[in-house]
Ligand binder design. Structure first.
Ligand code: HEC
Length: 435
């Protein structure tokens, strides 16, 4: 234990950004206040860390999204136990073709998700799915997920040497409740929301509340070689250096096998700013993973780097020292399409956005948009997803789209409306009839 509750300042003070670097278990989720917006604007990196500390506290096993208050801080934890974000509602899990759709939000056929209190905790076991964004088998095309259901992904369910990591995307309660209450979990619901937005001339079909949050995590097996440890690492040592979880998977012969997975990347976004607040963290072992194209980008964190760092050094926060969390660095924060000079901002994770680290979270996500189902061209009942710049060759928002997005949201004669930066909604929603 490295910090104690006696050092703590009140949750209100943390939320208000009134503190320096003191830290304790913050049992109140940061965000959703005017003070949080102020901090997200003027002390971005500090706000990013406050989010990191909160969501990575050990969670209560029996409830969704509640910190375990028997722990005095995020620096105190038991092995192989979920942290807070791991108990939020699971958005992923629907892409396992041929297997049960275990998404808690996007079911197939689409049905209303259960009330938050009825989310089953503890979960049976951790569910990880191949990353749709980086799988070599998948291009980000309209209806990608449903096309996959036809079977492409089946082959990937067994451990697959070419798929380095698996993703987990989850949402907090307010995001979940908004998707649930506004029926945004189904294609039909999205059509209704589109029609309502069209009737009032609103370019956005939903506007999430300020305390909305989502995370996207990448896990890799630490009990074997992986892209961050190409030579492999001793498992006992790795377990000291990673937030890790075990799950029962299948070995190459299809036999049950206990596997140990380590957290290597964590995207966190909150609606504390109108175009969301974007922050990325990653394991220090992965900082130097070479990008597929373009240059690697050095982490930026004013709280721990440079001569004016007040809360740590060399990327390590004081609060995390001596714990597994000291191995996680902030790659940076992003709060706008461009900076004060008018220069495009970039932010990426070396593993998740490995295709090109000079990419921009906020720009790609601004393109998340939908058109009515009925407008779709064959083959299927899918909402076109990756609306590219009009006239560009690629049909989607891509890793080369940075800066202010093209304001034109038309393609194929269709008018698209934004879905408030959340890609998983148009990407993952199924029809109520099962498509
Ligand atoms: C080139 C496009 C692109 C870029 C760049 C990108 N993302 Fe995403 N992101 C996606 C897609 C597509 C999904 C949906 C994946 C899914 O549902 O499987 C997604 C999902 C997410 C989610 C889950 C919530 C949601 O939108 O459904 C979060 C959180 C997230 N990304 C954060 C980030 C952050 C932070 C960055 C920058 C460090 C980033 N993304 C960069 C395309 C992108």
């Amino acid at each position: 234990m490295h910090t104690s509750r006696s050092l703590s300042i009140s949750a209100f003070a943390v939320a208000a950004g009134l503190t320096g670097v003191s830290f304790s278990a913050d049992l109140v989720e940061p965000g959703g206040t005017a003070a949080a917006t102020h901090q997200a604007t003027f002390a971005k990196d500090e706000f990013g860390w406050q989010l990191f500390f909160y969501v990575n506290q050990q969670a209560r096993a029996d409830k969704a999204g509640v910190p375990d208050d028997s722990k005095t801080s995020f620096a105190q934890y038991d092995s192989d136990k979920p942290v807070v974000w791991e108990t939020w509602a699971l958005a992923t899990g629907g892409e396992l073709a041929g297997a049960e759709n275990v998404s808690e939000v996007f079911k197939s056929p689409a049905t209303k998700p259960v009330a938050w209190e009825e989310l089953v905790r503890p979960e049976r076991q951790k569910i990880l799915a191949p990353s749709l964004k980086s799988s070599p088998l998948i291009t980000l095309q309209p209806g990608a997920l449903r096309n996959l259901a036809a079977g492409t992904l089946q082959a990937e369910l067994a451990p697959h040497a070419n798929i380095a990591g698996f993703d987990e995307t989850r949402m907090n309660r307010i995001t979940y409740d908004t998707i649930r209450d506004k029926d945004l979990y189904s294609l039909e619901g999205l059509d209704r929301a589109y029609a309502a937005a069209e009737a009032t001339g609103n370019p956005m079909i939903v506007d999430f509340e300020q305390s909305a949050k989502e995370v996207k995590a990448r896990w890799v097996r630490i009990d074997q070689k992986n892209e961050c440890n190409p030579d492999g690492a001793d498992l006992d040592t790795a377990k000291q250096r990673y937030h890790w979880r075990t799950l029962t998977g299948a070995d190459a012969a299809g036999q049950p096998e206990v596997q140990t997975w380590g957290l290597v990347s964590l995207h966190i976004i909150t609606k504390d700013l109108p175009n969301w607040f974007w922050v990325d963290f990653g394991h220090v072992d992965c900082v130097d993973v070479p990008p597929d194209s373009g240059d690697a980008v050095a982490p930026v964190d004013t709280t721990t780097r440079g001569p004016n760092a007040t809360a740590g050094a060399n990327g390590v926060r004081n609060e995390a020292r001596g714990t597994k969390w000291e191995n996680y660095v902030m790659h940076g924060t992003q709060v706008a399409f461009t900076d004060a000079l008018g220069k495009d901002t970039i932010l990426s994770n070396p593993v998740i956005e490995r295709q090109n680290q000079n990419s921009s979270c906020i720009t790609c996500h601004a393109r998340a948009a939908v058109a009515p189902q009925a407008s779709n061209l064959p083959p299927g009942p899918s909402i076109p997803l990756f609306l590219g710049k009009v006239g560009s060759i690629s049909p989607g928002a891509s890793f080369i789209d940075v800066g202010t997005p093209e304001p034109v949201f038309e393609s194929g004669g269709q008018r698209y409306r934004q879905i408030d930066f959340l890609w998983s909604i148009p990407f993952r929603a199924y029809s109520e009839t099962g498509n």
